[in-house]
Design a binder for this molecule. Structure first.
Ligand code: HEC
Length: 222
């Protein structure tokens, strides 16, 4: 081994030890309200987009232009995604503002279909994006991808109309509404929020219901 290689390896080992030392002092911030440095954020962003692009490369994208797919996807989007990814006219929500990395505003631009399918199915580690494939079949995910292609062109009224015409939250996962609880769509939607469950004989009073969303994206209603 020549002296140059030996020197480089020693320097690398030194850096590794110094890095481990900094980690062990607890000086690396994990607070979601303290952004990474630009360089570190750029590194994570590149790693994520390269990994997702590589995984999505082999996915065959089916036809996504059927109005029925869009209609079916709308109810699930309102129930499970709009709280983080917004809807036309909603403005930011507590979740979209508090999460780091921030969820992209999907009402502003449509993601690539294969990338969207893979991301929805598998989620993104150490971000707020859950792996929906654990509870949602591929056909339901493609319906949502079809919906996402149309979403940016929808007005607030178009959105509310297609959500109201949708079958509600329909993938058998049994989760509850996650849309902004002040939103009109939510009010329209609650009665049909979970059409698998038989209607309870007495609806609990509306103000007593509070959707509690955990960091991993799962929610339940108190
Ligand atoms: C609790 C918040 C949260 C919920 C709920 C959520 N997401 Fe996400 N989503 C995120 C975050 C955060 C990211 C970005 C992750 C990153 O950049 O590392 C993301 C990324 C994505 C992306 C990738 C966009 C791109 O251009 O790469 C898509 C597509 C997406 N989410 C769709 C959905 C859909 C559809 C739903 C509902 C079934 C959903 N998300 C629910 C937080 C959420």
């Amino acid at each position: 081994m020549n002296r140059f290689v030996l020197g480089a390896l020693t320097a690398l080992a030194g850096l590794g030890v110094a890095g481990a030392g900094v980690v062990m002092t607890g000086a690396v911030s994990v607070a979601a309200d303290e952004p990474h440095s630009e360089a570190l954020f750029g590194f994570f962003d590149l790693a994520r987009s390269r990994a997702v692009a590589a995984s999505a490369a082999g996915i065959d994208v089916p036809a996504l232009d059927d109005d029925e797919q869009v209609r079916r996807g709308a109810g699930n989007y309102a129930a499970m995604c709009a709280s983080c990814h917004l809807r036309p006219g909603s403005g930011p929500t507590e979740l979209s503002e508090g999460l780091y990395p921030a969820p992209p505003d999907l009402s502003a631009g449509a993601p690539d279909p294969a990338v969207a399918f893979w991301t929805i199915k598998h989620g993104i580690k150490a971000s707020g994006m859950p792996a929906w494939g654990k509870s949602m079949g591929d056909a339901h995910i493609w319906d949502m991808v079809a919906f996402l292609q149309r979403l940016p062109a929808m007005s607030a009224d178009d959105y509310l109309a297609v959500v109201a015409s949708s079958d509600g939250h329909s993938h058998g996962g049994g989760e509850h509404m996650m849309d902004d609880h002040h939103a009109a769509a939510d009010d329209d939607h609650h009665p049909t929020g979970d059409h698998h469950a038989p209607a309870p004989p007495v609806e609990p009073a509306e103000p007593a219901r509070k959707t509690h969303v955990h960091a991993d994206g799962k929610s339940h209603v108190h």
